[in-house]
Design a protein around this ligand. Structure first.
Ligand code: AMP
Length: 395
C-alpha cells in the first residue's frame, strides 16, 4: 500500500483528491471544517518537502454550474486552516487550470473549482480524468468519503499515473483502521450494529459474521429478530419481509460460533415522541399500543460485559432513538462502555453517520480509537466490497 511516505515531493506537483464537501450556512460560511482539518496532515507533509499542491474536490450536488456550490466560498477557511494562501482556480480543466498549475511554485497551493460542475466527474469520463491528471506529477487520493465511487477524480484519474500514485494520510489511516477490525484483529472481536433497519445492514451482518466473536444487534433492527422468534413487539418498527432472513442470520451465527446478543428488555413508549409515557418491559412482551425505542437496563448490563471483554470493537448505528433525550440512554451508555474498553487497551472503530453524530454529541470522539469519516464508503468496506478508489491506487 503506497502512501505519501513512499515519495519525495520536492519540486513535484501533487494533485490531491480531498473531500472538502463541507456544510455552509446561508452566508456561505463554513459551519464545520472537520474535513478540511482532516486533509491538513497530508498537505502539510507535501509542502514541507518542497512540493506544491493542487487540491480538487466536490461540494454538494450541483446540477451543472451553480454559484452556491462554488468552492470559492471555502478558500478563506482553507487558507486559515492550512496556514498558506490558497489560490482559487475558477475552472477545473482547460487553459485556466493548466496555467494555474504551470505557474505553481514550491510551497504553493491551488484549489480547483467544484469538480461536479462537470457531469464528466460523476460519469467517470476518461478524457476529463486525463485533463485533471495532466495538471500534476503525483496523484494522491485522500478522500475516503468518495472512495466507493468510480468518479473521474477518485478512480479513473489513477490510470494516468502508472506508478506515481498513493494514498494520503487520512485515507491510509481509514484503511488501516478498518483492516485492524476486519483482517488483523485481536480477539475477541465484537461488532455492535444498531440503527433502524435490518435491510440496510444485512450485507454488513452477513460479511462480518466471519470476522467477529460477538455481535450485538440493537436499535430498530431488534424487533424484526424478536418477532421472528415469536415475541410480542407491540407497535415497534419491524420489517416483516426480513423475518426469514433474521432467522437465517441466527442460524448462520450459530454455525460459525458467533454469539449474538439482542436486547432482552427495552424502554417502551406509548408514542414516538420525547414526551411519551415510558416503561421498561421485556423485549418479548411489548404491549399493544407501545413501541420499543431504546435498550433497557438488563440489556445494557449484558452489553457492558461483552464489550469490556472485547479487544476489538466495531460500532455502527445507535441502540435507540438517540435524537430524543428520553431514548438516548442506551446509546450514551454503549458509547461509554466502548470508551472504557478502549482505555483498557481495546481497539475501537466507530463509523456510519448516526453513530459518528452520537459520539460527537456525547463528547466521546477522543475516547474511541478511530472515528471514520466516510459513512457509505465504510459500510461498503464492511460489506466486503473492494472500493474502486482504493483499488485504483493498489493497481
Ligand atoms: P440507520 O440510518 O439505519 O443507522 O438508523 C439510524 C436511525 O435509527 C436513528 O435515526 C435512530 O433514531 C433510529 N432508531 C434507533 N432505534 C430505533 C427504534 N427502536 N425504533 C425506531 N427507530 C430507531
Amino acid at each position: 500500500m503506497k502512501t505519501i511516505n513512499d515519495f519525495n515531493f520536492k519540486d513535484k506537483k501533487a494533485i490531491i483528491r480531498v473531500d472538502f464537501n463541507v456544510p455552509l450556512d446561508e452566508n456561505f460560511k463554513v459551519t464545520d471544517a472537520t474535513r478540511i482539518e482532516a486533509a491538513k496532515p497530508t498537505i502539510d507533509a507535501i509542502l514541507a518537502q518542497g512540493g506544491s499542491v493542487i487540491l480538487m474536490s466536490h461540494l454538494g450536488r450541483p446540477k451543472g454550474v451553480e454559484e452556491k456550490y462554488s468552492l470559492k466560498h471555502i478558500v478563506a477557511e482553507a487558507s486559515k486552516i492550512l496556514g498558506v494562501d490558497v489560490q482559487f482556480v475558477a475552472e477545473s480543466t482547460g487553459d485556466v487550470a493548466k496555467n494555474a498549475a504551470a505557474n505553481l511554485k514550491a510551497g504553493g497551493v491551488i484549489l480547483l473549482e467544484n469538480l461536479r460542475f462537470h457531469a464528466e466527474e460523476e460519469a467517470g469520463d476518461v478524457a476529463f480524468a486525463k485533463e485533471l491528471a495532466s495538471l500534476g506529477d503525483i496523484y494522491v487520493n485522500d478522500a475516503f468519503g468518495t472512495a466507493h465511487r468510480a468518479h473521474a477524480s477518485t478512480t479513473i484519474i489513477a490510470q494516468f499515473f502508472p506508478t506515481e500514485k498513493c494514498f494520503g494520510k487520512l485515507l491510509a489511516k481509514e484503511i488501516e483502521s478498518l483492516n485492524k477490525v476486519l483482517k488483523n484483529s485481536e480477539k475477541p472481536v465484537t461488532a455492535v450494529l444498531g440503527g433502524s433497519k435490518v435491510s440496510s445492514k444485512i450485507t454488513v451482518i452477513e460479511n462480518i459474521l466471519d470476522k467477529v466473536d460477538h455481535m450485538i444487534i440493537g436499535g430498530g433492527m431488534t424487533f424484526t429478530f424478536v418477532k421472528a422468534l415469536g415475541g410480542k413487539i407491540g407497535e415497534s418498527i419491524c420489517e416483516d419481509d426480513k423475518m426469514e432472513l433474521a432467522l437465517e442470520i441466527l442460524r448462520l451465527a450459530k454455525e460459525k460460533g458467533v454469539q449474538i446478543h439482542i436486547p432482552v428488555d427495552v424502554v417502551a413508549a406509548d408514542d414516538f415522541s420525547n414526551t411519551a409515557n415510558t416503561k421498561i418491559v421485556d423485549v418479548n412482551e411489548i404491549p399493544d399500543g407501545w413501541q420499543g425505542l431504546d435498550a433497557g437496563p438488563k440489556s445494557l448490563a449484558i452489553f457492558e460485559k461483552v464489550i469490556m471483554e472485547s479487544k476489538t470493537i466495531l460500532w455502527n448505528g445507535p441502540l435507540g432513538v438517540f435524537e430524543m433525550e428520553s431514548f438516548a440512554k442506551g446509546t450514551i451508555a454503549l458509547g461509554n462502555f466502548i470508551a472504557a474498553a478502549t482505555e483498557k487497551g481495546a481497539f475501537s472503530l466507530v463509523g456510519g453517520g448516526d453513530s459518528v453524530a452520537a459520539v460527537k454529541q456525547f463528547g466521546l470522539e477522543d475516547k474511541v480509537s478511530y472515528v471514520s469519516t466516510g459513512g457509505g464508503a465504510m459500510l461498503e468496506m464492511l460489506e466486503g466490497k473492494v472500493l474502486p478508489g482504493i483499488a485504483a491506487i493498489l493497481d
